[in-house]
Design a protein around this ligand. Sequence first.
Ligand SMILES: C[S@@+](CC[C@H](N)C(=O)[O-])C[C@H]1O[C@@H](n2cnc3c(N)ncnc32)[C@H](O)[C@@H]1O
Ligand code: SF4
Length: 460
Amino acid sequence: MVFLLPSVKFDLAMIQKYDTRAPRYTSYPPATELNETFTETDFKTAIAASNQRNTPLSLYFHIPFCQSACYFCGCNTVISNNKRIAKPYVEYLAQEIKHTAAFINPERKVLQIHWGGGTPNYLERDQIEFLWKNINRYFSIDEKAEVSIEINPRYIDRNYILFLRQIGFNRISFGIQDFNRQVQVAVNRIQPEEMLFDVMSWIREAKFDSVNVDLIYGLPYQTHDTFRETIKKTIELDPDRIVVFNFAYVPWLKPVQKNIPQDALPLPQEKLEILKMTIEELTNNQYLFIGMDHFAKTNDELAIAQRNSTLKRNFQGYTTHAETELFGFGSTSISMLEDAYVQNHKELQDYYRAIAAGVLPISKGIKLNQNDIIRRDVIMGIMSHFQLSKQDIEDRYHIKFNKYFAEELEALKPLESDGLVSLSTNYIEITDIGRLLVRNIAVIFDTHTRTKQTKFSRAI
Ligand SMILES: C[S@@+](CC[C@H](N)C(=O)[O-])C[C@H]1O[C@@H](n2cnc3c(N)ncnc32)[C@H](O)[C@@H]1O
Ligand code: SF4
């Protein structure tokens, strides 16, 4: 495969022309396709098939709790200052680990672990230790495994960070969103600059291998100038990775967002200018554009994985270790096996009830057919590498690419005329201009979504 240096060009006319709604392709088929006809028996069958493949594992643990509500938040969270609510959760989570692990071959190596939320640092240290022991008891964790955790910088101190590193976490991620005080007040998340720089210095002192920070553009009171300051300070903070999310404003789904004054949200034109400036500033300051909303330094694993073609998307975004199958634990978490995706109950009471009844706490899932698997390979190739070798797909699935995807290749022609893709005998390549619109190119290969595009957020 010819390696393409990841670069990106901001073309306003093309963004305005092609910015329609499309899934984020953290999976294919998208998570919206999971349904309740999928049963516990289906999941056990899928796990048995996964044991036969003997692939290495990624594990995800979801901690849904947060101390206070950020008004922009679109995650599945339970807000409470009463920390006692975490106690039963931790116990049920340990039971789920034990119960599910009984079906998984214990010799399969775990290469990746991620704790997300919510706010994993909502837990007390002894609760983290208890879960950590349980994970170690039932899984064999590779000594070089990437073990990452998301933290909220407002509720952490130096000792807690040193503790996380000492127990075995070696990657860490925290939300900044915006440095600007007015924006922070409007979204109910005040975190002074000194606090963020302190947290980063403790993380560096603890010697984490990689640090990620999250920003969001499109928040109330943001302007091109204020966000330029945020980007400048973020570069000074010097994380290894930066994710710049587009604010998903869905108050009809997330009532907490109704607290945001709608007339303070930046207009589409302003958002585009913010995005353009962000891309220019980051790529001029040693961050590579990985794809969608991810940026990483050249020596970070994400950039290396992109160079080695081992980059992958899972429901957290871009990730390394394409060869693993993912098991998710905790409420709402998703497992992604080669040919089946499964999601746990979202409501804590449903999740607890299932575990108490001795069944796997799943609420829905989907079994992939061969057509889904071929299309996933194509879509993920486009999303992760901006380049697809038709020959690779033909060799893997014994199909004639041009015949199988005749309709899609035809649909790509206008995008080729507009300079978003380049179509050659052997390759489909996404141009620098097409990279920001990669979801809109991928959707052409997506038979599940084509007819129902309105459900998804805008690409930009
Ligand atoms: C689970 S949180 C990260 C960990 C921790 N809870 C925190 O807030 O620092 C994941 C990230 O999702 C992003 N996020 C949350 N709601 C969002 C929304 N509505 N639109 C875009 N990004 C959002 C934020 O950047 C947030 O940092
Ligand atoms: S952004 Fe993080 S801390 Fe804030 S409510 Fe969402 S999950 Fe909790």
